[in-house]
Design a protein around this ligand. Structure first.
Ligand code: OXD
Ligand code: MN
Length: 604
């Protein structure tokens, strides 16, 4: 029968004092029928053992140690390369609680549907037991989870992405509660894939996928969907936000948190390297987090943020020494690459990396690849999947902030919402106040990227970039945002940015990447009341003279094109917003509709 095996392979018996945990593990093992249970303690010795096993089983390929020390390559099933939102469900007792933006299934139905998929799914496999904390274990932010998985790839990724190991178990103690995360790749059958969240049971069941966002349950599933549900009950927020600090020449650091839809440059902004003219003056950017922020009201009435993760699960294509040198440095060692091109000398390559493409390699689909290869329609065949990823410890990032470790979090002075729009929204605008800012976030929309299955480029509404990640009714979520604002003595200012605006020829109007610091510094000037702003119907925009554009050679026409407000387009967007907001019925806070009405009047 099943027994709790040694905690580590060294034979040290692991003391599991939490009865609930023991019972749950036994019950899930009885369902999934693994050969053995392996409890992880997070040690380095254990890491090496798991890596060796994963290489032996073929789950990982050890990369060229000289080029990529401590790093591995993984190829997922070719139909399992992005989050599958259509198979992701919030399983609350009432559908109302999940709201109109989430797929919903009643808990009893969801458990009944998934149980047969888990039944015996781990035969001839190990079940790895991963105790982890999201948030620094010794901080008030910490939430404990335990993931069961039959995937070594998942186990090794979770080691990078979460505070995994003995300390999390200690924190849990004999009585503590934890998020019960059950995962099995089963046979990776898309038809038997489900990502189920039971916020009322503090439980996640994910089956049939090995892809990061579906399978690393500490990340999107727990730290966003389950955590957002907890946050609403407990008075804090879980957001799809990066956290950065901007250090000025006097050494003062101002922290910002920014929400962008997936694959819209959060990692790039989190690791921004200021152009030389700003570096020379003494500006620096510090990275606290690149994907998720947990936010709490501090004793002083300010908003504080902590990054609950320990690693980066970043998009690879397009990453190079020009677009994101810090990401390149971060992935130099101890990294797991997923679905990029594997070369003959066990190195990796992807589209958009600097330098010549290798003469040959194995593509993300596991097929032979060479530069210039096209399909029968003449379309280039990619070596790396557009959503190929790297998983690396955040601490390896050259701009890693030591304040990541501040247990009370870092104080947030501004929140940014970002979109990918070819037109519509200007480069930057500021909300008039918190309530207006909540509306700006709630009415966000963006063009679809490769991070989720679906049609690329299609514009969809994505409130606060949380559409795929909010674990409860978004009408209540908007209300929660409004309520948090009321609890803040000094609410952060709220801005909206769009780095992706294009001219009629389809060329980007703004250089983006490191140059985005210019926009951030304008925000700092606004926070410190150093510059006025120009009022337009949607909010406050900069005067050209108030943004440092030195070296950009930007003409007045270009500037105007970045900020041009197309009333027709906005009115059309307002109609689209109306349809979207109408799906919430009477639950939608009236402040949202009030703000929308105000905008309509201003536009008219
Ligand atoms: C991610 C995503 O992986 O948002 O961070 O899809
Ligand atoms: Mn994300």
């Amino acid at each position: 029968m099943y027994f709790i095996s040694s905690f580590d392979y060294t034979g040290d018996e692991m003391k599991i004092t939490n009865k609930k945990l023991k019972n749950w593990v036994q019950k899930m093992a009885t369902l999934c029928q693994p050969d053995r249970l392996v409890w992880l303690n997070g040690s380095n010795q254990e890491k090496r053992r798991l890596e060796t096993e994963a290489v032996k089983s073929g789950e990982l390929v050890k990369l060229n140690e000289k080029k990529w020390p401590g790093s591995f390559y993984h190829r997922s099933h070719f139909l399992d390369v992005a989050r599958t939102e259509s198979l992701t469900f919030i399983c609350t007792k009432s559908q109302e609680e999940a709201g109109p933006t989430n797929n919903w299934m009643a808990p009893s139905q969801a458990y009944a549907k998934a149980r047969p998929y888990f039944q015996g799914a781990m035969k001839k496999r190990a079940m790895y037991v991963l105790p982890f904390s999201m948030g620094l274990v010794n901080s008030p932010f910490a939430k404990i989870g335990v993931q069961l998985t039959d995937s070594l790839y998942v186990a090794l990724n979770m080691r990078i992405m979460t505070h995994l190991g003995e300390a999390a178990l200690k924190k849990l103690g004999p009585e503590g509660d934890f998020t019960k995360c059950l995962h099995s790749k089963a046979n990776l059958d898309e038809k038997k894939r489900l990502i189920l969240h039971f916020p009322e049971d503090n439980t996640i069941w994910s089956v049939g996928s090995g892809y990061g966002g579906n399978a690393l349950l500490g990340k999107k599933c727990m730290a966003l969907r389950i955590a957002s549900f907890m946050g609403e009950k407990e008075g804090w927020m879980a957001e799809h936000m990066l956290i950065v600090g901007i250090e000025d020449p006097k050494g003062r650091i101002t922290y910002l948190a920014a929400a962008f839809p997936s694959a819209c440059g959060k990692t790039n902004l989190a690791m921004l390297i200021p152009p030389e003219i700003f570096r020379k003056k003494g500006y620096k950017i510090w990275t606290v987090g690149d994907d998720i922020a947990w936010l709490r009201i501090g004793k002083d009435g300010s908003l504080y943020a902590q990054n609950p993760e320990t690693g980066i699960f970043g998009v690879v294509p397009g990453t190079n020494n020009k677009t994101n040198p810090h990401a390149v440095a971060t992935m130099r060692k101890n990294t797991i690459f997923t679905n990029v091109l594997l070369t003959k000398d066990r190195s990796v390559w992807w589209e958009g990396v600097k330098g010549p493409a290798p003469q040959e390699g194995i593509s993300w689909k596991g097929e032979p690849w060479r530069p210039g290869l096209t399909d029968e329609k003449g379309i280039p065949i990619l070596g790396a999947h557009p959503n190929s990823r790297f998983t690396a410890p955040l601490i390896q990032c050259p701009s890693f902030s030591k304040h990541y470790f501040d247990t009370k979090g870092v104080p947030i002075s501004a929140l940014i919402f970002g979109a990918r729009h070819a037109s519509l929204s200007p480069l930057v605008y500021e909300a008039r106040d918190w309530e207006h800012g909540v509306y700006v976030g709630a009415s966000m929309s963006s063009e679809r990227t490769a991070a989720q299955v679906g049609k690329l480029g299609e514009v969809r509404r994505d409130p606060m970039a949380m559409l795929p990640f909010c674990g409860y009714n978004m009408a209540a979520y908007f209300q929660h945002w409004l309520d948090i604002g009321k609890g803040l003595k000094k609410p952060p200012r709220i801005f909206h940015v769009n780095w992706f605006r294009k001219d009629p020829q389809g060329r980007f109007l703004w250089p983006g990447f490191g140059e985005n610091i210019r926009v951030l510094l304008w925000m700092l000037d606004r926070l410190n009341n150093r510059v006025p702003a120009k009022e337009i119907p949607i909010g406050l925009i900069p005067n050209k003279t108030d943004m440092n554009l030195t070296g950009l050679n930007m003409s007045d026409e270009q500037w105007d094109a970045l900020f041009q407000l197309n009333r027709e387009e906005w009115l059309k967007d307002l109609n689209n917003q109306k349809e979207f907001f109408a799906t919430f019925g009477r639950g939608l806070p009236e402040e949202i509709l009030g703000q929308q009405e105000k905008l309509l009047q201003k536009l008219k």
